[in-house]
Design a protein around this ligand. Structure first.
Ligand code: DUC
Ligand code: ZN
Ligand code: ZN
Length: 435
């Protein structure tokens, strides 16, 4: 089948006072061992500056051993940011911008900024993406936990419950509907958020829902573990949820309410996780996934009979290539496509352990998990990079894949707005004379 494409990972990201333990080489090597042959990362601006962020990520990615593409986060708003968005789309191969409704004090944007961003995305024909949790309410929830003396990892999910994800998802969807531009919701972790997406899609709104492997396969029970690191390694945002949400997300993926599976791979080792030993707010957020995603999706979705093999290829590869406009170069085995091909043995078992995985992290949220669906061979760009349990990867061989601009794909949307208003009779012709 075609190599997996992970639409959402963070490599060499400066975050919460530290940097992710996996860089563009180690994270991608792990991905290749797990049957993923391309990932998309999120360029973070530097002090709000997009161009500076882009230059920094180009440097970080020079050691790539796998093809990759970029989304870009927008964290402040001024004329320069607005102009840089245009440069990113027209010259630098970026066609998607992410807005954080959480992480107050760092990445979080106001509704006002989010609206500016949505309008700009629409005018550029770029796809708006959203991290949907209510950042103001999270700060309130965290304060509550600390006041109650809850300083451990269990305070993390308790302080940011599903209702805050549901609220932000609903708000983001409605604002995108108001601007009339498509929206991509990253890492849907709760049935609350998923149901908002289901409702919007049913009404015909262009909303894309991404689920992550952790959301499909994990729940929050381990966050209550008395061992700090065992608990802290599960801290990610939005949080892994109480049992039940995982099953609801699996169901939504199988019925097409959610369209594709990412990882949000964002790894820290136990020393880094221990930054939050006295205060869960300081635990760097993030879990494993790049190496595990293909196997975990196979095991939870195909082996269990919830989706077909064809659907597996769609949710792990093809859909991502189509959404970000690089199909059929990626996401397919066709004449002219890149030679990114994997062989998966459906019946062979996999045991995931932190001791044997290829990530640099010393922890793994799936540690000890066994299941079906083993990646036997990974061919990336025509080269065998994974076979017989051996990786053959070289830094610098991964290519930057420029996302094709959507061009005027969204143009019709504007015309429809104007036509619709005209059909209502606006603007109304009025006499200026006072009678
Ligand atoms: N969530 C995480 O868990 N890590 C990176 C950023 C994010 O939104
Ligand atoms: Zn996020
Ligand atoms: Zn993320």
């Amino acid at each position: 089948m075609p190599g997996g494409i992970d639409p959402h990972a963070h490599l060499a990201m400066d975050f919460m006072g530290t940097q992710t333990i996996d860089d563009f080489f180690s994270g991608q090597a792990a991905a290749l061992a797990g049957g993923t042959t391309m990932h998309m990362d999120f360029v973070l601006p530097i002090n709000g500056n997009l161009s500076a962020g882009f230059e920094a990520y180009k440097e970080k990615a020079k050691i790539s051993c796998m093809d990759y593409g970029f989304h870009m986060a927008v964290t402040k708003w001024d004329d320069e940011v607005s102009h840089d968005m245009e440069v990113m789309v027209k010259e630098n191969g970026i066609n998607s911008f992410k807005f954080f409704l959480a992480y107050k004090g760092s990445f979080m944007v106001s509704d006002e900024l989010f609206l500016e961003g949505l309008k700009k995305c629409k005018s550029l024909g770029a796809l708006a993406m959203v991290h949907a949790e209510n950042g103001d309410a999270i700060v309130e929830g965290q304060k509550r936990m600390i006041e109650l003396g809850i300083t451990g990892p269990e305070g993390h999910p308790l302080s940011r419950p599903p209702v805050l994800e549901g609220e932000a998802t609903a708000r983001a969807i409605r604002l995108a509907g108001f601007v009339n531009t498509p929206l991509y919701v990253v890492h849907v972790m709760s049935s609350d958020a998923m149901e908002e997406i289901a409702k919007a899609r049913k009404s015909g709104q262009k909303v894309i829902g991404e689920v992550v492997s952790a959301g499909l396969a994990l729940d929050d029970t381990k966050v209550w573990d008395p061992d700090f690191i065992t608990a802290a390694k599960f801290v990610m945002s939005p949080p892994v949820r109480a049992p039940g949400h995982d099953k609801a997300l699996q169901g939504a993926l199988s019925t097409g309410i959610l369209q594709l599976v990412a990882t949000d791979h964002c790894t820290f080792n136990s020393t880094q996780k221990a930054f939050g030993i006295d205060d869960f707010r300081k635990i760097p957020n993030g879990v494993n996934g790049l190496e595990e995603r293909m196997h975990v999706v196979w095991d939870t979705m195909v082996e269990s009979g919830k989706i077909s093999v064809t659907d597996f290829v769609r949710v792990t590869s093809t859909e991502c290539a189509k959404i970000f406009n690089i199909y059929p170069k990626k996401g397919a085995i066709l004449a002219g496509s890149d030679a990114d091909v994997i062989i998966l043995d459906p019946k062979a078992s996999v045991k995931i352990t932190a001791a044997t995985h290829h990530s640099r992290s010393d922890t793994n949220v799936y540690d000890g998990r066994t299941g079906k669906g083993k990646i036997l061979v990974t061919i990336a760009g025509g080269r065998i990079v994974w076979q017989n349990g051996e990786l053959k990867v070289t830094p610098g061989t991964g290519k930057y894949i420029k996302m094709q601009p959507f061009g005027y794909a969204f143009e019709g949307i504007d015309r429809k707005d104007a036509e619709y208003l005209k059909s209502l009779g606006a603007p109304v012709k009025r006499s200026r004379a006072l009678s």
